[in-house]
Design a protein around this ligand. Structure first.
Ligand SMILES: CC(C)(COP(=O)(O)OP(=O)(O)OC[C@H]1O[C@@H](n2cnc3c(N)ncnc32)[C@H](O)[C@@H]1OP(=O)(O)O)[C@@H](O)C(=O)NCCC(=O)NCCS
Length: 179
């Protein structure tokens, strides 16, 4: 499945597929080389073999075989040509835990592609997919010291919305993008 990214004819989004193994490994290696061990929005680290991992992501998007406490979630790769430039994960609904920490959406752009507006384009794409799924207000959280993430969320309409249910964790900012 492929989707255009509005306003960015150079980019498109795809769901992970079996043919993307080399592109994924090259993308993930760049994060590792930069010392970034976690890739937000990737759908979790790849523990099984690539094909198995892709099947697991597809099952998650379809709400099949979910682990306890997990909600359906769709993972996207944002592509330029055959290169993955970013990734995003859209949780279809929230649990109480995600309400406070994690929210509906996680995203990342590879280090060599940052400061080109890719994250803003990706988050706008993910917000549109959330609305298609019937999500109203979209919740996003980020570490307080993650200035880049907070700026991207604000640029896409996010407003600070701490909740009483937050873990009292002042290291985390919670935003809502109102519908
Ligand atoms: C956060 C992240 C996705 C931003 O990606 P990006 O493609 O560089 O973001 P954009 O180019 O769309 O930036 C949009 C705006 O955010 C702000 N911004 C981006 N990077 C910034 C930084 N390092 N410091 C401060 N502001 C920043 C700027 O205002 C920027 O607009 P400008 O470049 O016109 O000034 C990227 O840094 C990343 O992948 N980080 C690691 C993973 C992560 O933290 N994900 C979010 C988890 S909640």
């Amino acid at each position: 499945m492929e989707d255009d990214v509005p306003g960015r004819p150079d980019l498109r989004c795809e769901v992970p597929h079996e043919g993307g193994a080399a592109a994924w490994r090259e993308f993930a290696a760049e994060f590792a080389a930069a010392g970034e061990t976690d890739i937000p929005g990737s759908g979790g680290s790849m523990r099984a073999d690539f094909g198995e991992w892709v099947r697991r992501l597809r099952a998650s998007a379809e709400g099949r075989d979910l682990l306890a406490g997990r909600v359906p979630a769709t993972t996207y790769w944002m592509m330029r040509g055959e290169r993955i430039v970013g990734c995003g994960n859209l949780r279809h609904r929230l649990t109480p835990a995600l309400e406070a920490l994690g929210g509906h959406i996680g995203f990342a752009v590879r280090p060599s592609e940052r400061r080109r507006g890719h994250a803003k384009a990706l988050l706008r794409f993910l917000l549109a997919r959330a609305h298609e799924l019937g999500v109203g207000d979209v919740v996003l959280t980020c570490d307080r010291d993650n200035a880049a993430s907070a700026a991207v969320i604000r640029a896409c309409g996010g407003v600070l919305a701490p909740t009483a249910g937050s873990p009292g964790d002042e290291a985390v900012l919670r935003f809502v993008v109102p519908r």
